[in-house]
Design a protein around this ligand. Structure first.
Ligand code: ADP
Ligand code: ZN
Length: 291
C-alpha cells in the first residue's frame, strides 16, 4: 500500500511516497517559495503516485483544532506568503484522499515513536533546535494537542547572569527560542553557529539554556526519553554538556532508571534525518488509510 508524506518546512518541502513498514519508495525536495509557486509542484508530485492518504508535518503555528473554521491552516507564521494559508484544504480539494495534519515537530516525534528510538514509549519529547525551537510531545501514547499544540520553544527563561544578549524572539525576547535558536547564537556571538565550534563559552551557554528548558520539560511531563534534533545539535560537543547540566539542575530530585542513564535518555534522532518525513507518512496512515 502506498501513502504520501509531506514535510513542509519554511525553507524546503520534502515530499515522499512510502509504505506501511516505513519504507520510503520515492522522494523529492523543492525550495519553499510562495503558495502559488510551490503548491502546484507538490500537487503534481503526488497526483500520479496512487497514494491512499497524505500526511503533512508542517511548520507553524498551525490550526489543529478540528472544530475550528481554519483547521488545517498555517496561521500566524513570520513567512508572510504562507500566513493564514489553507494548506490542507488545497490538497483535500485536489487529491481527494484522507489527510493527516500536524506540526513538523509532532511529526518527528511520531516518526521516532513509530519506527525509531521512542518506539513503544508512552511519553516522550522531541525538541528541534534550528532556525527556531519547537517541541513535539507524545503523552499517553498520543501526540499532545490541547488547544492547538505545545509551544515549548517559547517557554520563558531567566537569563544567565553573565548573558547580556537582549534575545531574538519578536514576541518574548528571551524565551528559549530567543536565547538559543541558531539565529540567536549568530546574533549574540557575531558569527554563524556552525563556525563557532572552537569557542567553548558559546556551547556552555547554549547547553545551559537547553538544559534549563529540558529540566522543566522533565519535571512537567515526566517523559521517558527526550530527543534533540535540528541544525544546532550538529555541534557534537553540545549533547554531553546538556546531559551534564540537566543532571545538575535536577539536583537528584527525580530518581528513575531512565535518568540514571543520561546517555540513553537524552539522545539525537535515530532515523538518519528521516524522522520528519516518516512521521508525516504515519500521520497520513493514521488519518484513515490503513485497511
Ligand atoms: P530549519 O530549522 O530551518 O528547519 P535546521 O534545523 O538545519 O533548519 O536549522 C538551521 C539552523 O541551525 C541555522 O540557524 C544554523 O545556524 C544552525 N546550524 C546548522 N548547522 C549547524 C552546525 N553544524 N552547527 C551549529 N549550528 C548549525
Ligand atoms: Zn518566543
Amino acid at each position: 500500500m502506498r501513502f504520501g508524506a509531506l514535510e513542509a518546512g519554511g525553507t524546503k518541502m520534502v515530499c515522499a511516497v512510502g509504505n506501511e513498514n516505513g519504507e520510503i519508495l520515492d522522494r523529492m525536495t523543492i525550495p519553499t517559495e510562495t503558495p502559488a509557486v510551490t503548491m502546484p509542484k507538490l500537487l503534481a508530485y503526488f497526483q500520479d503516485k496512487e497514494i491512499r492518504t497524505l500526511g503533512i508535518g508542517c511548520f507553524g503555528p498551525v490550526d489543529l483544532n478540528p472544530a475550528s473554521d481554519t483547521y488545517g491552516y498555517i496561521t500566524t507564521t513570520a513567512k508572510l506568503a504562507w500566513k493564514h494559508y489553507d494548506i490542507c484544504g488545497y490538497f483535500r480539494k485536489h487529491l481527494k484522499v484522507p489527510i493527516g495534519f500536524d506540526t513538523d515537530v509532532n511529526g518527528s516525534m511520531l516518526g521516532e515513536a513509530t519506527w525509531g528510538c521512542a518506539k513503544g514509549l508512552d511519553t516522550a519529547v522531541y525538541i528541534t533546535i534550528g532556525t527556531g525551537v519547537g517541541i513535539g510531545v507524545l503523552a499517553g501514547g498520543k501526540l499532545l494537542h490541547g488547544m492547538q499544540h505545545p509551544e515549548g520553544g517559547h517557554i520563558l527563561l531567566p537569563k544567565r547572569k553573565d548573558d547580556t544578549y537582549a534575545g531574538k524572539c519578536p514576541y518574548h525576547g528571551t524565551c528559549l527560542e530567543g536565547l538559543a535558536a541558531g539565529p540567536a547564537i549568530e546574533e549574540r556571538w557575531g558569527e554563524k553557529a556552525a563556525n563557532l565550534a572552537e569557542r567553548p563559552e558559546v556551547w556552555d551557554l547554549e547547553a545551559y539554556y537547553l538544559a534549563y528548558a529540558i529540566t522543566n520539560y522533565i519535571l512537567l511531563l515526566s517523559p521517558q526519553k527526550i530527543i534533540l534534533g535540528g541544525g544546532v545539535m550538529h555541534q557534537e560537543q553540545l549533547m554531553p554538556l546538556v546531559r551534564h547540566k540537566v543532571k545538575e539542575m535536577l539536583g537528584g530530585y527525580m530518581e528513575t532508571k531512565e535518568l540514571a542513564d543520561m546517555d540513553s535518555y537524552l539522545v539525537l534522532p535515530s532515523l538518519d534525518d528521516n524522522q520528519g518525513i516518516l512521521g508525516a507518512l504515519k500521520l497520513g496512515m493514521d488519518a484513515g488509510g490503513q485497511a
